[in-house]
Structures are given as structure tokens and as C-alpha cells.
Design a protein around this ligand. Sequence first.
Ligand SMILES: Cc1cc2nc3c(=O)[nH]c(=O)nc-3n(C[C@H](O)[C@H](O)[C@H](O)COP(=O)(O)O)c2cc1C
Length: 154
Amino acid sequence: MATLKIFVGTMYGGALDVAEQVKPLFEEAGYHVDIFEQPTLDDLVAEPPALALFCVSTTGSGDYPGNLVPFTRALIDQSPSLGELRYGLVALGDSSYGDTFCGAGRALDALLADLGAQRVGERLEVDAMETFMADDAALPWAEAWIAEHGLQVA
Ligand SMILES: Cc1cc2nc3c(=O)[nH]c(=O)nc-3n(C[C@H](O)[C@H](O)[C@H](O)COP(=O)(O)O)c2cc1C
């Protein structure tokens, strides 16, 4: 069975909520889904998934949430070749932070691209100024993402 791995970066749980809410959509599309709340680089590279989804909020001033720091630090330090990786990315942020809006999601997206990974479709950016519950934006995005890019495996 194809596996979808969801990697979460969160401070207050919103990005984890997104991961848990979209999980059934991917199960219906034929995937076995694993959610990583304390992700390590090994979770990504030891058994590479058919597809990965990153659900990542931003803290500080455009910074990665603490639970994601070991993962991003390992990506930078070890520079694994990710040419086989296909992924999607949901960034949570707040536009009142100005220039650092969705800074962590954007930085991770750039880092993955540098390592050769292929993003499927566009990144979703959820603005807390407009969307109180990130799921409200992420669920329709995930449905469309699966349908528009032919990601069903069942
Ligand atoms: C201390 C703090 C710093 C933040 N810094 C940023 C930021 O630099 N850029 C941004 O887009 N959002 C920023 N945010 C907003 C969060 O990313 C946003 O509220 C997000 O939905 C939180 O998701 P989470 O529940 O998964 O942690 C910040 C929020 C807090 C509380």
C-alpha cells in the first residue's frame, strides 16, 4: 500500500489539527497515512513515502516551530538528495506579522526544492487573520490537491 507521511511543525496545535483532519481524505484516496509530530530526517529518508505532506506553522519572527527544528537542522546539515520525493505543503501564518508571513513554510519549501524534491501543485498559505480554523481552508485544498493532480492510488 502506498504511504503518505505527514510532517507537522506546530506551536499551538493548529498544524497538527490540519494533519488529523486531512488524514481521512488520503486514506479514502488509497494511502496508508502516518503523522509525525516530532519528525526526524530518518522518518523521511529511511523509508521514503510515495507522497509527503508538510503542515507547518510559523513562530517567532519567521521561525520554525521547535518540534520541527531537529528535522530542518538535519536537512541543512546532511543535505540528503531528495530527487525522488513528491510533496505538498500547507503553511500556517498570520499576515499581521508582515514580511515573515508563513516564513517557516516558505523556508522549508525552498529547502526541499534545493535538495531536489518536487512539490506537487501550489503551496497553501493559511492566514489566521482571515481563517480562524486552518482546517476550513486545508480540507478543500487537500480535496482539490488529490483530484487535480491525480493522487488517488485506490
Ligand atoms: C509568538 C508568535 C509568533 C508568530 N510569528 C509569526 C510569524 O513570524 N509569521 C507568521 O506568518 N505567523 C506568525 N505567528 C502566527 C502563527 O503562525 C499562526 O497563529 C498559526 O496559525 C499557528 O499555528 P499552530 O497552532 O500550528 O502553532 C506567530 C504566532 C505567535 C504566537
